[in-house]
Design a protein around this ligand. Structure first.
Ligand SMILES: [Zn+2]
Length: 304
């Protein structure tokens, strides 16, 4: 069980399980002779990918970031991914029921990030898994998901979000909003055009003024205050500790050059301020502090 205290907040990681992912898709243009030193692959070239959700207990709310792959996959997708579907069991083992979740945030709407947003009830109707929760997702993702490209149409399953948008239970975000005090979102373009990182800073930290946004960012939304203990669920911008080098992106990324620019923008703040980075798909190390050695090599130092 991974748990850490961040100011007044308690952060813990809950997994929806692991699934096989093609090594070539996972590491894009990086040759296998290089990535296989970091990550093992089986005889079919499949690596093991994790599905990490982050639970933030603020003292007032239970906030769940990302909901894994869920239990609604089609037969065809089940053959590929085996539908691990362990998130609710793992939450329950820690004494957390679906009714206890007050807020759900999706970084983007690919099926492996919002699968447990909804379930089918006994009549086959799609209903929210977390009945009392307010859901949040990037508006640009939802717009794109209505008309995705042929390349990634398979990654969008409307049952994961459309019923929530229609009922008003899901709020769509532009990027830059603070959802509750200390928990905000910021757009990091690259994997998709509108994917958002979730930035967590306990409001009990120092009340320093807002700093200006990083140079060259697409939006003029400032990062939250500097030098307060901070964690960031950076999602598919760097899905595992093996992806922390700026040029190690996934083949899935729609805008690979923007992935590099967004990683640099993230590191410009996260490294000097020692942010805890949460990795969505790392099966072993769900969070770590990313550091840059003098040689320029990026290293992930595990949290104690
Ligand atoms: Zn994705």
């Amino acid at each position: 069980m991974h748990r850490i205290t961040l100011g007044d907040f308690e952060l813990s990681v809950f997994s929806d399980g692991t699934y096989p992912l093609d090594g070539g898709a996972f590491f894009g243009v990086i040759p296998k002779v290089m990535w296989s030193k970091k990550v093992a692959a089986d005889e079919n070239n499949y690596c093991t990918a994790g599905l990490n959700s982050l639970l933030i207990r603020t003292g007032k709310e239970n906030v769940l970031v990302e909901t894994g792959m869920g239990n609604k996959l089609s037969e065809r997708m089940r053959k590929f991914y085996r539908q691990p579907a362990q998130l609710l069991e793992n939450l329950s083992a820690a004494g957390i029921s679906p009714e206890d979740i007050d807020i759900v945030i999706n970084s983007h709407l690919h099926f492996d990030h919002c699968g447990w947003n909804t379930v089918r009830d006994k009549n086959g109707k799609i209903v929210p898994t977390f009945p009392k929760a307010k859901y949040y997702a990037p508006e640009g993702e939802w717009q794109y998901a209505r008309k995705p490209s042929d390349r990634d149409a398979i990654s969008y399953i409307p049952d994961n979000y459309d019923p929530l948008v229609e009922s008003g239970q899901m709020t769509l975000l532009k990027g830059g909003e603070e959802i509750v005090p200390g928990i905000s979102v910021r757009t990091f373009r690259g994997h998709t055009a509108s994917m958002q990182g979730i930035i967590v800073q306990s409001p009990s930290g120092a009340k320093a003024p807002l700093s200006p946004g990083a140079v060259g960012t697409a939006e003029a939304v400032p990062f939250p205050r500097p030098f307060v203990p901070t964690a960031c669920y950076i999602s598919d911008l760097m899905p595992t500790t093996a992806h922390i080098d700026v040029s190690w992106g996934m083949a899935f990324d729609l805008y690979p050059l923007d992935t590099i620019a967004s990683k640099k923008e993230y590191y410009a703040r996260s490294i000097p301020e020692k942010w805890l980075t949460v990795f969505t798909h790392d099966p072993k190390v769900p969070w770590a502090y990313i550091e840059k050695e003098e040689s320029g090599k990026m290293v992930a130092r595990e949290a104690e």
